[in-house]
Design a binder for this molecule. Sequence first.
Ligand code: SAM
Length: 281
Amino acid sequence: MNDARATLLNRDFFEGIGRVHDASVDLVVADPPYGLGKDYGNDSDHLSGANYLAFSRRWIDAVIPKLKASGSLYVFLTWQHSPEVFSYLKTRLKMVNEIIWDRKVPSMGGSTRKFSSVHDTIGLFAVSKDYYYDIDSVRIPYDAETKKARTRSIFVGAKWLEHGYNPKDVWSVTRLHRQDPEREDHPTQKPLEIIERMVLASAPPGGLVLDPFMGSGTTAAAALRHGRRFIGFEINPEYHAIARQRVAAMKNNSGRKRRHGREGHQEDLFDPERMIQASSK
Ligand SMILES: C[S@@+](CC[C@H](N)C(=O)[O-])C[C@H]1O[C@@H](n2cnc3c(N)ncnc32)[C@H](O)[C@@H]1O
């Protein structure tokens, strides 16, 4: 592997992962096919039951040796598969969090025989108890009113009041609608806001982030935006092209699509000319 800041591979993860050095990765962000029959232009999402678990074990076994001792891994799952995948991951890594991504708006026209599902289940796992975690980079600022209400002397100079509170393990972020300016042509694109939080909290500045199932390149965008290096795999050439274009568009900061206007702490580290090397193989 070269030392380019971003390497986007139009390649099957299972074939390409051998190129990544063992113990070189700070953070894995995995958003694998869910086993729910989505159309990614391939049959990767058509596994179920024991086959889905076998697929999950296979990518987990392939990626774990790539993590540093301080490294960690986030995985997006659905409630249908998270129990067994988490059980397996717990045999290999330390479980740190179960995070619920509350997508806020359920899909239209769901079943009337059960409650509407509106969440993804995200697991955060670490190689060891000494995993990297920077809480200060992801604190949520208190509003002016709350700050004003905490005027008692015991609160004066309190770091938590100045820097904000720890994000909870339920993340309420609206899923990307077709009309969303951030939206690319990918059926299960994740909001940048979610992946940015993972990158900031769990990869040190300059660290290496790996995404085995890159899709539209959301993890690449988040990593580069915050001065982390990136390597990712995507088998569908159209999605790979989208990811490349997305990363290339970051060369022009004004061309970057943002929804919430929240500026990252490491923005000034981003030098696209230096960091981007999009590769097709
Ligand atoms: C859930 S989507 C990822 C979406 C991505 N997080 C985003 O925000 O756009 C999973 C992706 O994995 C890709 N994929 C499936 N099997 C793969 C494999 N063996 N190697 C690389 N990519 C694969 C699919 O084509 C699909 O785009």
